[in-house]
Design a binder for this molecule. Structure first.
Ligand SMILES: Cc1cc2nc3c(=O)[nH]c(=O)nc-3n(C[C@H](O)[C@H](O)[C@H](O)COP(=O)(O)OP(=O)(O)OC[C@H]3O[C@@H](n4cnc5c(N)ncnc54)[C@H](O)[C@@H]3O)c2cc1C
Length: 561
């Protein structure tokens, strides 16, 4: 069941033989196993679903955000850019002043809603390269994170449902019976044939039938998390009505976790949360495990406020250190992009509907009644993945940041219109370059010991790699300095923060979690979200979050029999 407040949960507790003690909502279960997830975003939903497959596991999910139900900007794929930033389904964070962006601070959206960021993202479903995950396996010493070992989880996650499409994907590399619907474009855009024709005309931009095969390089059709013209998120898939109807799976919304608390020495199974920012604090304890799936911003924020982090920095802030783990919040890695639009001598790009309310209403009516028309797809249509040449002089100065020789340095995102508010006249297309194997690393730190205050988020965008996207500047006559300035003034994020609680080998004196995702040196506490990624994949990151959730579920099941 999905619940809105502790009182509802308490009622269920009675029904399910739970006992509430005093002002604290302490939950005691007659079952042998009780697992709490401190949130339920992309990866958390996976674990909640998989663990509750066993009726003996009683699972409670605490989600800070709101329900995803009936939020049109979430459900309609084409409206994805309207879902954030600065909306009711966004945490409404912003970054610190970014040196690589000329000192600008930018909005930094994260889903504040069931399904987490999978409910607000732009729906691109990209796996990255085989080398990305083989590198995870190498640096963690756990072969289980390698591409080949993740293939069963790919199939478990994916329910590939292409529309009537041939020549746009390779069925051999897909799963057709998973939980999360993945599809291909359902409505043609103006640029489709032009982008695909380019791949036959220019050797530099080869066609790739399926960028999700493990070999990503080239241009191909975007695969997207769309089901029958609507968004497929972890909320609509892993927590679909048939799953939340399970008697052993409960979700409490508006439950914002402030800290995890030490019950015995080095054991963290108790969670503290609020429902009202000015209201009472509640605690709940799990019999077996507490699983943090609050994402790359939320998870380190909770750990640090719990005293798990760099002990001397925490002491200086007035937070009592409980466990010295200096890597918490470090290694924040993200992808940078720059929106580039080009004027075209054509009609039929999005701007037509943006400027014409009648046309926009017709499109929405078509989507509402038939689930057809331009709104059934996200705004992006094709993606390309490329490397800068191996003999580039940059490699004399810097090591190659990519996971291997078949992993992209940069991506091109194609779209049949201009992102943002269009000018009064003109039609546009967009080709958006993004750095997907970044060298720069940022950090998440605290500004105070108030566990409800926003953390300091420094993704260090374009901190060290603006060279990679300069070939796609606006004007070929611009000098390098002018291009650099243009990028600093206009660059932004793809909103893929990763790595703030990264995995390292068992026994390593760096990192935050072991390869089985247990927090190093502690009992009872695991992290299951994109924060554990030791390196960001050269891909849009929801797939990686799903993989982490799927494999974690097996690791937890193995641990508890
Ligand atoms: C605007 C945007 C566009 C994107 N576009 C794409 C795309 O097209 N394709 C793609 O693959 N990826 C995209 N991404 C990235 C992708 O969605 C994320 O990488 C992925 O969903 C992260 O999953 P996660 O489980 O780590 O965290 P999340 O899905 O963010 O889940 C974290 C959850 O924890 C909750 N939470 C946080 N703190 C607390 C707390 N204190 N107490 C309780 N609950 C808490 C949050 O509300 C949230 O539900 C995009 C992201 C954004 C924001």
């Amino acid at each position: 069941a999905i619940l809105d407040n502790v009182a509802d949960l308490n009622k269920l507790n009675l029904k399910f033989d739970f006992i509430v003690v005093g002002g604290e909502a302490r939950l005691i279960t007659s079952r042998t196993m009780l697992i709490y997830l401190s949130s339920r975003g992309t990866a958390g939903a996976v674990v909640a679903n998989r663990l509750s497959e066993n009726p003996d596991n009683s699972v409670l999910v605490l989600e800070a955000g709101v329900s995803n139900a009936d939020v049109l900007d979430i459900i309609v794929p084409f409206f994805a850019p309207r879902a954030t930033p600065n909306t009711a389904v966004d945490w409404n964070y912003s970054t610190t002043a970014q040196v690589g962006l000329g000192g600008r601070s930018i909005a930094y959206p994260r889903g504040f809603v069931l399904g987490g960021s999978s409910s607000v993202n732009y729906l691109a479903y990209t796996r990255g390269s085989k080398e990305d995950y083989d590198r995870w396996a190498r640096v963690t010493g756990d072969e289980g994170w390698s591409w080949n070992r993740l293939i069963p989880y790919m199939r478990r996650n994916e329910r590939f449902t292409p529309p009537n499409t041939t020549g746009e994907f390779n069925p051999a590399v897909h799963g057709f019976n998973g939980i999360n619907t993945v599809s291909l474009q359902g409505f043609p855009t103006l640029i489709d044939s032009r982008v695909i024709e380019t791949t036959t005309e220019l050797a530099e931009f080869p066609f790739n039938l399926d960028m999700n095969s493990g070999f990503q390089l080239g241009i191909g059709w975007e695969q997207q998390t769309v089901k029958n013209g609507s968004r497929s998120s972890s909320a609509t898939s892993y927590l679909a009505p048939e799953f939340v109807a399970r008697p052993n799976l409960h979700v409490l919304l508006h439950a914002r976790v402030t800290r995890v608390l030490e019950s015995n020495s080095n054991t963290f199974r108790t969670v503290e949360f609020v429902q009202d920012l000015a209201g009472a604090k509640f605690t709940l304890s799990a019999r077996k495990e507490l699983i943090l799936s609050a994402g790359s911003i939320g998870t380190p924020n909770i750990l640090l406020h719990s005293g798990i982090g760099n002990s001397s920095t925490l002491s200086a802030l007035g937070i009592k250190p409980t466990h010295n783990l200096p890597s918490v919040g470090q290694n924040l890695t993200d992808h940078s992009l720059i929106f580039l639009s080009f004027l075209v001598n054509s009609t039929g790009t999005w701007e037509d509907a943006e400027r014409n309310a009648t046309l926009a209403a017709e499109q929405l009516a078509q989507w509402t009644t038939l689930r057809t028309g331009p709104l059934i797809d996200p705004p992006t249509s094709q993606l390309g993945w490329f490397r800068i040449p191996d003999n580039s002089s940059i490699f004399e100065q810097f090591p190659d940041p990519a996971a291997g020789p078949n992993t992209a340095h940069y991506e091109l995102i194609f779209a049949s219109g201009l992102f943002g508010v269009p000018p009064p006249t003109g039609n546009f297309i967009s080709i958006v370059p993004a750095v997907v194997s970044p060298a720069s690393r940022g950090s998440l730190t605290l500004q105070s010991n108030d566990s409800l205050s926003a953390p300091l988020i420094d993704p260090n965008l374009l901190g060290s790699e603006n060279f990679v996207i300069s070939p796609f500047g606006v004007n070929s006559t611009d000098s390098d300095d002018e291009l650099d300035e243009f990028i600093r003034e206009n660059g932004g994020s793809v909103y893929h923060p990763s790595g703030t609680a990264k995995m390292s080998p068992k026994g390593a004196n760096w990192g935050v979690v072991d390869p089985d995702l247990r927090v190093k040196g502690l009992d009872g506490l695991r992290v299951v979200d994109l924060s554990v990624a030791p390196f960001i994949p050269a891909a849009h990151t929801q797939f990686a979050a799903y993989m982490i959730g799927e494999r974690a579920s097996d690791l937890i099941k193995e641990a508890w029999g």
